[in-house]
Design a protein around this ligand. Structure first.
Ligand SMILES: Cc1cc2nc3c(=O)[nH]c(=O)nc-3n(C[C@H](O)[C@H](O)[C@H](O)COP(=O)(O)O)c2cc1C
Length: 217
């Protein structure tokens, strides 16, 4: 499965099979985490078993079950941390999908139960649940291309990028972003306030770039 196929196949999965991650698969994921930590100055950590991080009654009500592992998204406090976590975490989400795993970004989880190594100047931004889903998840409601851009007569690469951005996971499926095109230069910005909007922006940028083959501001 290519990364672009993974982008199209991915849906959030909250219910997992009671099965640990295959050790070779976990090793591949940990190696990618190490590479990306280095490249983007982050301190992401793979944690298995997930223990009680997605446990308890409130979590059950949200739909979490049997989460075997997760990635703790951690980095030095900075104005760019949230967006970087989105941009980089989504690369791990798509890689996990390519490895036959399922995932779900999680802003709400039991922080005190996270046994990661977090330095004084670092922040645990959020987590990504990882495991073998009981199913592959399902498509959800989405805004349309016209809802997120006013650009008329758009080039194919721009349309493909925006369509891929609309497949991106966002907190509470808020999709609060707007795309513009100035000559040949695309950009995307947050269109309204909401939880994790800067992090969503990083995820959306990665989807756009992957599908369009262009960098975006
Ligand atoms: C930053 C962020 C935080 C999220 N937090 C949670 C969460 O706490 N609990 C949850 O069940 N889903 C969470 N999600 C998953 C979204 O609800 C999901 O991505 C969205 O509804 C779109 O569905 P899809 O991922 O299947 O495309 C989060 C997603 C993102 C991007």
């Amino acid at each position: 499965m290519t990364e672009l196929q993974a982008l199209r196949a991915r849906h959030s999965v909250r219910a997992y099979q009671k099965k640990p991650i295959d050790p070779d698969t976990a090793t591949l994921l940990k190696e990618r985490i190490a590479q990306l930590n280095q490249a983007y100055d982050l301190h992401m950590q793979y944690i298995e078993p997930a223990g009680a991080v997605f446990g308890g009654l409130a979590s059950k009500l949200t739909g979490w079950s049997n989460v075997p592992a997760f990635i703790a998204m951690i980095g030095k406090r900075s104005d760019t941390l949230d967006e970087r976590c989105g941009y980089v975490g989504e690369q791990l989400v798509l890689y996990a999908q390519q490895l036959g795993l399922n995932t779900c970004w999680a802003g709400i989880f039991k922080r005190k139960q996270v046994t990661a190594d977090i330095a004084e100047d670092e922040k645990l931004v959020l987590t990504i649940a990882v495991g073998y889903g009981v199913d592959q998840g399902r498509p959800r409601r989405s805004k349309s291309v016209a809802d997120v851009t006013d650009v008329q007569d758009m080039p194919d690469w721009f349309k493909e990028g925006v369509e891929a951005a609309l497949l991106a996971p966002t907190a509470v499926n808020q999709q609060k972003f707007t795309f513009t095109l100035d000559g040949d230069t695309p950009s995307v910005s947050v269109s309204a306030n909401g939880p994790f909007v800067r992090l969503d922006l990083g995820i959306v940028k990665y989807h756009f770039e992957l599908a369009s083959g262009r960098k975006i501001q």
